[in-house]
Ligand binder design. Sequence first.
Ligand SMILES: Cc1cc2nc3c(=O)[nH]c(=O)nc-3n(C[C@H](O)[C@H](O)[C@H](O)COP(=O)(O)OP(=O)(O)OC[C@H]3O[C@@H](n4cnc5c(N)ncnc54)[C@H](O)[C@@H]3O)c2cc1C
Length: 398
Amino acid sequence: MSDVDVTYDVVVVGGGPTGLSAAIALAQTGVGTALIARRAPYADNRTTALLGGSVDFLRGLDVWRGCQDKAAELRVMRLVDDTGRLIRAPEVRFSCDEIGLDVFGYNIENRLLVSALEDRAAALSNLTRFDDEAAAISPEEEIVAIRLGNGVSLSARLAVGADGRHSLCREAAGIGVKRRVLDQAALTFNVGHSRPHRNISTEFHTPQGPCVFVPLPGDRSSVVWVSAPKEAERLIALSDEELSQAAEAQSHSILGRLKVEPGRHMFPLAIEQPHEFARARIALVGEAAHVVPPIGAQGLNMGLRDAADVANVVRAALASGEDPGASAVLDRYASARRADVVSRTFAIDVANRSLLSAFLPMQSLRAAGLHLIGSFGPLRRLAMREGLAPSWRTSRLG
Ligand SMILES: Cc1cc2nc3c(=O)[nH]c(=O)nc-3n(C[C@H](O)[C@H](O)[C@H](O)COP(=O)(O)OP(=O)(O)OC[C@H]3O[C@@H](n4cnc5c(N)ncnc54)[C@H](O)[C@@H]3O)c2cc1C
């Protein structure tokens, strides 16, 4: 791979929501950026509850105005213990006005968010798109060399690995990953309902995992139903009528009659943490850098903070004449991300384990913890603020 044709400051590999956001954030501040991403329709019906600074970040990227009318406001979040166990937690209700906010965030279908990101990426003149895959990635002394599937070669001083769970960038950097496959799967689908959601998201905690109903615009909600893999397989095979009834029963009819919309997907769940966030001229973002189960809507919100941080670190490095792929710059990116990613992954893991545990003392501890959060205002407000974004984070998004 020594016959390199073009050189960029940064090349972003992967065009999911994180890669597109990182490429836009880099390019719009003048960084010469290449994006290697196949143009393809978004493949599933996941939605994202955009929390904390995520919407401000998308506003800063000039993406939000392209999709905000397709997102639903989230004002209240309810946690309901539906384990049917002897020791159950009381219902916990988080309301945005308690912490002086008009909304916690917005729920949007990923395909609509990605489409707005694609439009913005196409409008940036110093963002060069390669509609292809990276076939080989080689970190060298002064550059990273990349060969595309069609044989074209290019290089950059830094590669941003936004290439998801099976990241080629991560492998090329020699970064190992700690992976724990969970005995759970998430089924996603959308529903229409006869009663309004009133911008309330409700998470039912079952002994197999949470089942959450998150508002979409109109009388619609997205459903993420986490269960044992066998149960998820049973649910996904139901007819529309049967799944509508099953979801209505699981929701205790709080949204009235449910009618499932076309399209369902199943995601086997795992927790993944790479040993490093950056190495050998490669920085990892999004699911290349962390995979968590869909509890508390954290995954892509963390990915957007990765994108914002990598852009900020690169911009500052270039402004002071530094090589954006130098070890010192990569270290700055890694230290900007470590506490956020590690602490959230840990919290999500503990929350998930405490739900699944058949161990009575663990169930009591969980119930007591939720009781404390539900009844003690300052603790509840702290939990809400931490759920939105890390408290130590200053407004570095955008
Ligand atoms: C059921 C479910 C519900 C969720 N709900 C939420 C939520 O409410 N809030 C939240 O914040 N998060 C949520 N998440 C997490 C969120 O969906 C993910 O964090 C996010 O979609 C990951 O985006 P990404 O861009 O990092 O990865 P991906 O979307 O996987 O994108 C990676 C891209 O890289 C491309 N690629 C791979 N290899 C190459 C290569 N060699 N060359 C070029 N391109 C390549 C792939 O084709 C893909 O397009 C949820 C996850 C699940 C499973």
